[in-house]
Design a binder for this molecule. Structure first.
Ligand code: HEM
Ligand SMILES: *[C@@H]1O[C@H](CO)[C@@H](O)[C@H](O)[C@H]1NC(C)=O
Ligand SMILES: *[C@@H]1O[C@H](CO)[C@@H](O)[C@H](O)[C@H]1NC(C)=O
Ligand SMILES: *[C@@H]1O[C@H](CO)[C@@H](O)[C@H](O)[C@H]1NC(C)=O
Ligand SMILES: *[C@@H]1O[C@H](CO)[C@@H](O)[C@H](O)[C@H]1NC(C)=O
Ligand SMILES: *[C@@H]1O[C@H](CO)[C@@H](O)[C@H](O)[C@H]1NC(C)=O
Ligand SMILES: *[C@@H]1O[C@H](CO)[C@@H](O)[C@H](O)[C@H]1NC(C)=O
Ligand SMILES: *[C@@H]1O[C@H](CO)[C@@H](O)[C@H](O)[C@H]1NC(C)=O
Ligand SMILES: *[C@@H]1O[C@H](CO)[C@@H](O)[C@H](O)[C@H]1NC(C)=O
Ligand SMILES: CC(=O)N[C@H]1CO[C@H](CO)[C@@H](O)[C@@H]1O
Length: 340
């Protein structure tokens, strides 16, 4: 009996290590990314990135947080978190970031990522992906404006394809309602609750008049009609900011997505939705629709609950379609696919 038990014990141990190697015991079982991916190859990468992000934040303020967070979302939702959003167009190829929908994919965010990449390359050339740099910098910048801090798993590789047409197809529209919004996220295995929590990113940043004209002056395609779910006082303010028949593409007019605290990452966004002070149709619908209203109410009353849900959701978002192992490449210059 003794040998049998020993081999049983050995089998269990072997099984344990196989399971361990497969990553099944890590909390994020759906992912091949790890927190300590660069511990040996570039242990200072997080510190370097944080320093560059801090310097940019000091220079331009929370605008870099908003634009970086949006850039990260657009990167992950289109072709996975592979830094394809950073690639510049070439004469032969119109890249993601030059799609119509990229409005205000900010120069500050791009500049910050390129600087962080240059700084990291000085320490550990050819090791750290642009996709991981964007993931880490987003985390750092959100924490700088009062948001939660989370651990970033790493090991993403950079993609070699970036197509404007993908962004035109795959990004959610400002006029989306709950069904379309939910589908955008469930297509990537993110739940409706994840969608509601991630929409809280609109606690920061700005939009432009062309995204809200329809709600203000042509609700449901009826000329002259205003969306009745907009708070009447707020509708007056928005109409002053975005007068009817004005040039719809004036990029200098910016409208805060969170009219209460546009420079702070907090739950005021959800409190505003309860008062009809959501900016985009895709924001206000989260309170208007019975299926999402309870989460809006919870998040509006309990910032801890919002932060927890946001951290869980952005962790999942950071795993969308990642390239790992020998897939993709480590780009040398974040704006350009390696030539080899
Ligand atoms: C739920 C569906 C979403 C829709 C329909 C949507 C749509 C938009 C639109 C139309 C803008 C304004 C663009 C402009 O006028 O320049 C915007 C801005 C922004 N979005 Fe979203 N978004 C969504 C989800 C997200 C998510 C998941 C994140 C991040 C996790 C995010 C982060 C941001 C940020 C931070 C801004 C402000 C950018 C700035 O100030 O430059 N959005 N979004
Ligand atoms: C993790 O990597 C292995 C080996 O490259 C691959 O077979 C598997 O599909 C990956 N898992 C996920 C969730 O990407
Ligand atoms: C990687 O580094 C972090 C931070 O220094 C540390 O907490 C962690 O234990 C390290 N992991 C390994 C496997 O060395
Ligand atoms: C993040 O990772 C650090 C070090 O690995 C660990 O001490 C900490 O508890 C983690 N925090 C969360 C929220 O998981
Ligand atoms: C979503 O999850 C299911 C089941 O866990 C898995 O089979 C599928 O590949 C995932 N899809 C994506 C896009 O990650
Ligand atoms: C109002 O919306 C309808 C339906 O979407 C559209 O056909 C029409 O052109 C819009 N009118 C204006 C003035 O934008
Ligand atoms: C805007 O244009 C429409 C159609 O051209 C016109 O009926 C309306 O009176 C104009 N509104 C203002 C405020 O000028
Ligand atoms: C409209 O917004 C104001 C704050 O600007 C708020 O006091 C009021 O309660 C809101 N009205 C409704 C119906 O929610
Ligand atoms: C707020 O949410 C957190 C996290 O879900 C929960 O632990 C806490 O009990 C909630 N607080 C209140 C007052 O409901
Ligand atoms: C439609 C639009 O605003 N496109 C912009 C996308 O981003 C680039 C910069 O990366 C701008 O040059 C485009 O004008």
């Amino acid at each position: 009996m003794e040998p049998a038990r020993t081999s049983d014990w050995r089998m269990r141990l072997l099984f344990f290590f196989v399971v361990l190697l497969m990553g099944e015991l890590t909390p994020a079982a759906y992912s091949n990314l790890t927190s300590d991916f660069y511990n040996v190859s570039c242990p200072t990468m997080e510190a370097i990135i944080e320093e560059v992000a801090k310097a940019k934040f000091k220079a331009v303020g929370s605008i870099v947080t908003a634009t970086t967070l949006r850039l990260y979302f657009h990167d992950c939702i289109i072709r996975g978190c592979d830094a394809s959003v950073l690639i510049s167009s070439t004469p032969d190829n119109k890249a993601e970031r030059d799609a119509e929908e990229n409005l205000s994919l900010g120069g500050d965010a791009l500049d910050m990522v390129f600087k962080a990449k240059a700084a990291v390359e000085m320490q550990c050339p050819g090791v750290v992906s642009c996709a991981d740099i964007l993931a880490v910098a987003t985390r750092d910048l959100v924490a700088m404006v009062g948001g939660p801090r989370w651990n970033v798993t790493k090991g993403r590789r950079d993609g070699r394809i970036s197509l404007a047409a993908d962004a035109e197809r795959g990004l959610p529209g400002a006029d989306f309602h709950v069904d379309q919004l939910t589908k955008t996220f469930t297509d990537h295995n993110l739940s409706r609750t994840d969608m509601i929590a991630l929409s809280g990113a609109h606690s920061l940043g700005f939009t432009h008049c062309d995204q809200i004209y329809g709600r203000l002056y042509n609700f449901s395609g009826k000329p002259g009609l205003t969306d009745p779910s907009i708070n009447t006082t707020f509708a007056k303010t928005l109409k002053q900011q975005c007068p009817q028949n004005a040039s719809s593409s004036d990029p200098s007019i910016v409208i805060a997505l969170d009219p209460s605290t546009p420079f702070l990452f907090d739950n005021a966004y959800y409190q505003n939705l309860r008062e009809g002070r959501g900016c985009l149709t895709s924001d206000q619908t989260l309170f208007n629709d019975k299926r999402t209203r309870n989460s809006v109410i919870t998040f509006s009353q309990n910032q801890t609950a919002f932060f927890r849900a946001f951290v869980a959701a952005i962790g999942k978002m950071g795993n969308i379609g990642v390239l790992t192992g020998t897939q993709g490449e480590i780009r040398k210059d974040c704006a350009t696919i390696n030539s080899n």
